[in-house]
Write a protein that binds this ligand. Structure first.
Ligand code: NAD
Ligand code: 89Y
Length: 343
């Protein structure tokens, strides 16, 4: 297989995981990096031995010499950078959250489609080993057809020290973290027809909401709850585990803290350890997320090589991003939001 050459924009907190991931990916590697902050550029360039370095993304695109771009900046630059990729017909990966607004996200998808370039959103949580294990258990038919689910992420972990911007935005947990949980709900129970949401801010030191409870109606007829919190202190901190409960016509499934999956049906109960692998460059408790970064990047390289659409393409991720918009709309109006009105 020909080695795909990638360029990465945004050498910040999370991009270090992406750079490690690219080193492990079969069939792709990073040949150029860009950050408008020269200190970050030097740090990441030196750590990963990348000589081609730019402080200006436009200049990097003009010089070219890469087959795809990995955009690892924060949300406000996503549309501009994807549009640069479009102008140069370079396939693009863009970090979540997709864009500041759904209108921006739709414009980005339309521009990539018009240019005929693939766009993947780096929506990695569904690639976590425990989430994949839940999907597999469901596909095996072990619990029959799921009619109810809960997707829960409740933590007291200090995410603000590594990502200070999370304390500053008007929006916080739904846009930053709930976006992953909503995507997992879609991945496991299918697309959503309507939702209603309630939010709270408990931590007085931040601007946005840090607690959200969201009730979802799925196309399949299943009902689910997505509940997320960064204001929940527990004796054993579960960050960054998503806990899942599913009830089906033939049994039930529980993904519990400590990465334990229990499947119960007429044949009895089976418990399986579905813990993520601790990759050599990873560190606890982030290893669950870090492993999924490698997995989604490998998926991108495989799909780009075979000219196949990725499972979290821009078009797919609009449906997750619409749930984020709908949740904020519902929390403000206290009304149920029909998702088709947003798409
Ligand atoms: P960060 O602020 O630490 O890093 C962003 C970097 O991008 C900075 O170094 C900044 O100088 C650079 N940058 C911004 N605009 C630029 C531009 N136009 N050109 C060149 N460089 C530019 O942010 P972070 O915490 O690394 O987060 C980056 C993104 O990753 C966010 O969207 C965040 O939500 C996402 N994230 C995803 C996960 C995940 O699991 N998928 C986890 C954490 C963060
Ligand atoms: O930014 C967030 C993400 O995507 O995963 C966890 C996180 O780093 C903090 O909530």
């Amino acid at each position: 297989m020909m080695e795909l050459r990638g360029a990465l924009i945004g050498c910040g907190f999370f991009a270090v995981n992406q750079m490690h991931g690219w080193r492990d990916v079969n069939g792709a590697s990073i040949v150029a990096i860009c950050d408008r902050d020269p200190e970050r550029l030097k740090l990441v360039g030196d750590q990963f031995g990348v000589d081609r370095r730019y402080t200006d993304a436009r200049q990097m695109f003009t010089n070219g010499g890469f087959d795809f771009v990995d955009i690892a900046t924060t949300v406000n630059s996503h549309r501009t950078l994807v549009e640069m990729a479009v102008a140069h017909k370079v396939p693009a990966i863009c970090q979540k959250p997709f864009a500041p607004t759904l209108a921006d996200a739709k414009a980005m998808v339309a521009a990539c489609e018009a240019a005929g370039i693939p766009l993947m959103i780096h929506e990695n949580f569904r690639w976590q080993t425990p989430i994949q294990a839940v999907r597999k258990a469901l596909d095996s038919g072990a619990i029959g057809a799921p009619f109810w689910g809960r997707f829960s992420f409740r933590s007291g972990y200090d995410v603000f020290s590594g990502q200070p911007y999370l304390a500053e935005g008007k929006r916080f947990i739904i846009e930053d973290l709930g976006i992953h949980t909503l995507d997992i709900a879609r991945y496991i129970l299918g697309d959503v027809t309507s939702l209603s949401a309630r939010t709270k801010r408990v931590n007085p030191k931040i601007r946005g909401e840090d607690v959200a409870t969201i009730l979802l109606d799925h196309n399949s007829g299943a009902t689910s709850i997505v509940d997320v919190s960064y204001a929940t202190r527990q004796s054993v901190e579960p960050f960054p585990e998503t806990l899942i409960e599913l009830d089906g016509t033939q049994g039930s499934l529980r993904l519990s803290q400590g990465y334990e999956l229990q499947v119960t049906n007429a044949e009895g109960a089976t418990n399986t350890d579905v813990a993520p692998i601790l990759l050599p460059w990873a560190s606890r408790p982030w290893h669950n997320i870090q492993e999924s970064v490698f997995a989604i990047q490998q998926h991108w390289a495989d799909c780009l090589g075979r000219q196949e659409e990725t499972c979290t393409s821009g078009a797919d991720n609009l449906k997750t991003f619409a749930l984020v918009e709908a949740a904020y709309e519902s929390a403000a109006s206290k009304a149920t939001v029909e998702i088709r009105t947003l798409l």
